[in-house]
Design a protein around this ligand. Structure first.
Ligand code: FE2
Length: 371
């Protein structure tokens, strides 16, 4: 399998048709590819995917089960939630095998580092954080995030998982809720009308994992300042208190100001600063994609984060979007700028008092973790 086959397969994902091509084309246009080690992904095998997922579910997804009738097959589609927001599509088998394979390749690249050497693996086609052990959910068919964390844990015991997508990382949290070795920290919009309706601050993990799940719920309109205050106040301190040996980040861009979900009001700077802060911890790190439905802004964001991962963030000019195959999609103005401002018309409903309360709450949880 080649990277081109991966991109072509992921371009068919119904929730994000054509996104993988746009992300890849912009990263290429910025000239970053020459500075990256390109790891050619291979299709993950069913048994590799089944290290987390239910084997029957995997075999069904990969079309390995022969059913007596279409009705019977349809019944199993329903059981595994291959309906509604996760419909069957042509190329699903390749998509699943390649996305899982690419995340495992990113994890393996990081695993091969010498002791103390910081390697960063990237799979922008991954980050499917909603998928469950035996069920698709929220545009996510398999949970490559869980597979990545499991793979890193073959070498490192404590893994910090940080989820910056605007939606709660429920699938990953469920997989590790009872573990004190994987700390899952998700900052997200939370509310009755917001998918997946979970992720309140009181969900802190269970059993031995109590205190090792961090959910930072937010209201709509979250600004860069409020996002970074929560990130610095709640998530950054876990690097000291939890002492992770590796970090996995889901960098969903659906919290950016121009995302059609219109839930947060972030500029590129918020995700750039947050991810750079995690990279500065100097630990082996895997960066994965996630949601993001403004494809041009997703490509902007992940290009910037790619540069941050290889220390070229400051060395390149980010003034204008470089000319490339999809340039016309950026060129509403004569010369499309790389950065954009958040909306002036969106009110940040996250108050200073609420943010301070949230930070204080998680300081108490961290103290309980230590005791
Ligand atoms: Fe999302």
């Amino acid at each position: 399998m080649s990277s081109q086959e991966l991109i072509a397969a992921v371009d068919r994902l119904p929730s994000n048709e054509g996104r993988a091509s746009r992300v890849h084309a912009l990263i290429e246009a910025t000239g970053l590819l020459d500075s990256l080690d390109i790891v050619v992904p291979r299709a993950a095998r069913a048994d590799e995917i089944a290290k987390y997922h239910d084997r029957g579910f995997v075999d069904h997804l990969l079309g390995r089960v022969k059913y007596a009738s279409e009705d019977e097959e349809y019944e199993m589609d329903r059981q595994y939630s291959i309906v509604h927001d996760c419909p069957y599509f042509d190329g699903l088998k390749d998509y699943v095998e390649l996305v899982a394979g690419a995340s495992l390749a990113a994890a393996n690249h990081v695993l091969d580092a010498a002791d103390g050497e910081q390697r960063v693996g990237i799979n922008w086609t991954g980050g499917r954080h909603h998928a469950r052990r035996a069920r698709c959910s929220g545009f996510c068919y398999i949970n490559d995030v869980v597979l990545t964390i499991q793979q890193l844990r073959t070498r490192w015991r404590r893994v910090l998982y940080v989820d910056l997508d605007v939606h709660h990382g429920d699938g990953v949290e469920q997989a590790f809720a009872r573990s004190s070795d994987v700390l899952c920290a998700s900052i997200h919009r939370f509310g009755k009308d917001v998918f997946p309706q979970t992720g309140s601050a009181s969900q802190i993990g269970s059993g031995a994992g109590a205190g090792f799940t961090i959910n930072v719920p937010t209201r709509s309109g979250l600004s860069d300042g409020a996002f970074l205050e929560l990130f610095e106040g709640v998530i950054v301190p876990t690097i000291k208190s939890f002492r992770p040996e590796a970090i996995v980040v889901v960098c969903g861009t659906d919290g950016l100001a121009r995302d059609p979900h219109a839930m947060w009001n972030l500029s590129l700077g918020a995700l750039d600063k947050a991810v750079s802060r995690l990279l500065n911890a100097g630990l082996p790190t895997v960066l994965l994609g996630g949601g993001g439905y403004n494809h041009a802004d997703t490509a902007r964001c992940w290009s910037l984060l790619t540069a941050a991962a290889i220390g070229l963030r400051e060395r390149l000019s980010w003034r204008n979007v470089p000319d490339h195959e999809y340039y016309a999609e950026y060129a509403q103005d004569a010369t499309p700028e790389f950065f954009f401002e958040p909306s002036l018309f969106v009110k940040d409903l996250n108050t200073k008092e609420q943010i301070e309360k949230t930070v204080a709450f998680f300081e108490r949880i961290a103290a309980q973790r230590r005791s």
